[in-house]
Design a protein around this ligand. Structure first.
Ligand SMILES: NC(=O)c1ccc[n+]([C@@H]2O[C@H](COP(=O)([O-])OP(=O)(O)OC[C@H]3O[C@@H](n4cnc5c(N)ncnc54)[C@H](OP(=O)(O)O)[C@@H]3O)[C@@H](O)[C@H]2O)c1
Length: 264
């Protein structure tokens, strides 16, 4: 098992959902944990869970990463806390199911800013810290949605396609610095009651491929350590993802539209 004493994993959105499971998984492997999450969203609980189960350091920063100046605030925090940053996990992201023309402009901006801009700018800001390690990692939360053009999740799927392509491109550039970059492409992950309902409404394929966040976290960290380009957690989700090579895109869109229309 790979881990180094006193090296930190920095996780955005680490106080709930997949981010929290990733924090727990990394702590179980001996990494010190630093999470960034919105104010008053369970950072105390994560601290207690991690500290009671694992002998690692824990730091947290309450911050909306979309605020002006947030990225430089994170850089200053990493520097002032003298963290040896070995892992950056860009997890914070937002999903939805709705007709494109029903969305508010401000919501569209939030999806793009969080899923695309924050991931890109935080990666950019953390690379100088990651370069200081003998080897280090960036783990970016994309989605199985990235493989398709997705009616009713149009901006979400396109934003996750960006994350996937961005990750594989910088992976090539950063390989000479021994920085691995891995994109995680989960299908449905049951992180809240709302998502559980959405998965149920989306039909049989969504239901049988859905996973618990702890399963996603374990497979993701394994893939990151193995320096894989991408990982699709879960055997069924992996299998289903092959349909994108077999079913013509026009037919895919019709099937997706039929299923996701039921979820809005
Ligand atoms: N759940 C799924 O089915 C699924 C499937 C594929 C991919 N993904 C991707 O996996 C990632 C995590 O998903 P999830 O379902 O675990 O999401 P979630 O439960 O909604 O958690 C999202 C996390 O992002 C954080 N966050 C949101 N806005 C933020 C902001 N402005 N500043 C700082 N943190 C912010 C939240 O922090 P707080 O805890 O502070 O609220 C939360 O921890 C996302 O990128 C998502 O797109 C999810």
């Amino acid at each position: 098992m790979e881990s180094e004493l006193n090296t930190y994993a920095l996780i955005t959105g680490g106080s709930s959902g997949i981010g929290k499971s990733l924090a727990m998984e990394l702590a179980s492997r001996g990494y010190d944990i630093a999470i960034i999450a919105l104010p008053n969203t369970g950072q105390k609980e994560v601290r207690e869970e991690i500290k009671s189960a694992y002998n690692v350091n824990f730091k947290s920063l309450e911050l909306n990463i979309l605020e002006k100046g947030a990225i430089s605030q994170i850089s200053s925090w990493v520097m002032s806390e003298q963290m040896n940053l070995k892992i950056l996990v860009n997890n914070a992201g937002i999903g939805y199911a709705a007709e494109f023309d029903s969305l508010e402009g401000s919501f569209i901006s939030t999806v793009l800013d969080l899923n695309i801009k924050a991931t890109t700018l935080l990666s950019h800001a953390m690379i100088p810290f990651l370069k200081k390690q003998r080897q280090s990692y960036i783990l970016n939360l994309s989605s199985a949605a990235a493989f398709y053009s997705m009616p009713y999740k149009s901006i979400y799927a396109a934003s996750k396609r960006y994350v996937l392509d961005f990750s594989s491109a910088i992976r090539e550039e950063l390989s000479s610095f021994n920085i691995g970059v891995t994109a995680v492409c989960p299908a449905g992950v049951i992180t809240s009651e709302e998502i559980r309902k959405r998965i149920k409404a989306a039909g049989c394929i969504a239901r049988i491929s859905a996973l618990e966040p702890s399963q996603v976290a374990k497979e993701s960290i394994d893939a990151m350590i193995q320096r894989k380009t991408k990982v699709i957690p879960g055997k069924i989700a992996k299998l289903i993802s092959w349909t994108r090579f077999i079913i013509p895109p026009g037919v895919q869109r019709k099937i997706i539209a039929k299923n996701f229309r039921k979820t809005i």
